[in-house]
Design a protein around this ligand. Structure first.
Ligand SMILES: [Zn+2]
Length: 228
C-alpha cells in the first residue's frame, strides 16, 4: 500500500466538504487476493478508496454518490438505520481485509460522526449512534481474523455462496490451503473473535452502527430528492 499517493484529491467530501485523501487500494474484483499480497502496478486492476480525515467517511474514488439513496439503503425510510462501522475495532484490524467491505449496503463507509452528518444532509434527525452487539458484526469479526490468514478474502462466505470455486480461484493451491486454514483456524477464530467484538462494543467500537430515525429535522420541509 505504500505506493499509494497520499496527497489530497480534487474531490471534496460528499458530507462535510473537506478534502478526501487516498486511503487503501482494493483489487478490482472482490474475489482477488488482497491481504498480504502485493497489488499489480496497473491502476485499472485496483479500486482506490478515499477517506475524509474530518468526518471519517470513506468512498471509492471516482464513484458518484446520491445522499438520499445512501440514506434509504441503510434503512432511513424506516425506524432504524444500520450500517457497518468504519471506525470499528474490526475495521481497524482488518483494513483492506475487513470482512464487511464487500457487503456494504451503499457506497459510503460510515463512522458515527459521518452517519450523523448523512442524516443532517438528508434533512433527517436521528437519536444517539450506538454500536450494539449483533450477529452480523460477530460474523464480520470472525471472517476478518481469518482474512489475515487466507489467500482469498472472505473465503468461507464466498465458497458457501458458490461464488468461489477451485476453478475460478487465484490458484488451486491457495484455494485448498484456504480451506484447510478455515477448518483448522475457524474454531480458534471463534474463541478470539467473540470476546474481541464484546470488548469493541464495550468501548463503542463495535462492527455495526445503529440509530433510531426520529423523523424530519426542524426546518427541513421536503423529502430529499432521490433517484429511486
Ligand atoms: Zn467529511
Amino acid at each position: 500500500m505504500s505506493r499509494l499517493d497520499r496527497s489530497r484529491t480534487e474531490r471534496p467530501c460528499p458530507l462535510c466538504g473537506e478534502p478526501l485523501y487516498p486511503w487503501i487500494a482494493l483489487p478490482a474484483r472482490a474475489n482477488d487476493a488482497s491481504v498480504g499480497m502485493v497489488l499489480s502496478d496497473e491502476p485499472e486492476n485496483e479500486r482506490v478508496i478515499e477517506r475524509c480525515e474530518n468526518c471519517g467517511v470513506a468512498i471509492e474514488a471516482k464513484v458518484e454518490v446520491d445522499l438520499a439513496e445512501e440514506w434509504r439503503v441503510i434503512g432511513g425510510d424506516g425506524e432504524r438505520v444500520a450500517t457497518p462501522n468504519r471506525s470499528s475495532l474490526q475495521a481497524i484490524f482488518g483494513v483492506e481485509g475487513w470482512a464487511a467491505l464487500p457487503v456494504l449496503p451503499g457506497r459510503l463507509l460510515l463512522t458515527s460522526e459521518s452517519l450523523a452528518l448523512l442524516a443532517e444532509r438528508t434533512g433527517m434527525k436521528i437519536g444517539p449512534v450506538r454500536t450494539p452487539l449483533s450477529v452480523e458484526a460477530q460474523g464480520w469479526m470472525w471472517q476478518t481474523l481469518l482474512n489475515g490468514l487466507t489467500f482469498h478474502p472472505n473465503y468461507f462466505r464466498e465458497v458457501r455462496a458458490g461464488r468461489l470455486r477451485a476453478d475460478n480461484s487465484r490458484s488451486r493451491f491457495g484455494y485448498y490451503a484456504d480451506g484447510i486454514v478455515t477448518v483448522l483456524g475457524g474454531a480458534l477464530a471463534v474463541l478470539v473473535s467473540v470476546p474481541l467484538e464484546l470488548i469493541a462494543v464495550a468501548i463503542k467500537r463495535g462492527g455495526m452502527l445503529e440509530s433510531q430515525v426520529e423523523g424530519r429535522a426542524a426546518g427541513a420541509t421536503s423529502k430529499p430528492a432521490s433517484r429511486a
